[in-house]
Design a protein around this ligand. Sequence first.
Ligand SMILES: [Zn+2]
Length: 255
Amino acid sequence: MALFLLGAALTLWVLVWRGAPSYGLDGEFQGSRVPPLQVHPLPASLQNWSQETRSLQGAATYLEDLQQLPIGGLIWTEFPVSVYLGDRQELNLSTLPGQQYQNWQQAVRQSLEDWTPLIPLEETTDPDAANIRFYPRKPPLTLGLDWQIPRAAAARTTFRLRWQPVGDRPPEAVTLVQQFDIDLSPDLAKPHLLGTARHELGHALGLWGHSPFVDDVMYFSRTAKPQGISPRDRDTLIAQYQQPTRLGWVVPIKP
Ligand SMILES: [Zn+2]
């Protein structure tokens, strides 16, 4: 299992950053088996919207404001995407009042409902297998995507990459898959709890960056009235899912 740990993924990051295919990966993963940078078919859930808004593509998105990553588009290729809600008991959060935790849960579940027409989401009780994990806690004071803004004190989204075995054991292939952790403070007032959950979930679904437009859910700063998912957010997501990526491709282990 050690082969599938973060180390290999981190090595890949270095490898891809340098753009030199001669650097080898740990263990059996060699440079020649870095996943290809290719475009996946557009998810069915985005296809109808895409046809409806085709004429708007380009100018009506903030795709250019999203961060360019060495792995390409930070998108999902298997659906539904599974989401875990940090459990109050398991996390030993006895100091978190029950009502506050319920409000937190409610806001996170509403944010799942808001995004699921675009990217199908499903709640899971297994934190290890989950694609996205929400935790009812304040983020630590370190630099993250939202470090420069007031939202920082309330939420933070991070991700790591890992190799996921494909097929029987021992697996003959792997895919590179992302896993997100979202710290979302339960101290936020109700409307901001929902607005922030929606915004952070947008990062985890592929919008890795911010919109310069105040009426988008991915606007970089918190607004007096939390925004819903705008047509521009949706079109940017559609454009992002048409970007090439190294995620989700089946890569053979053996030559
Ligand atoms: Zn953000």
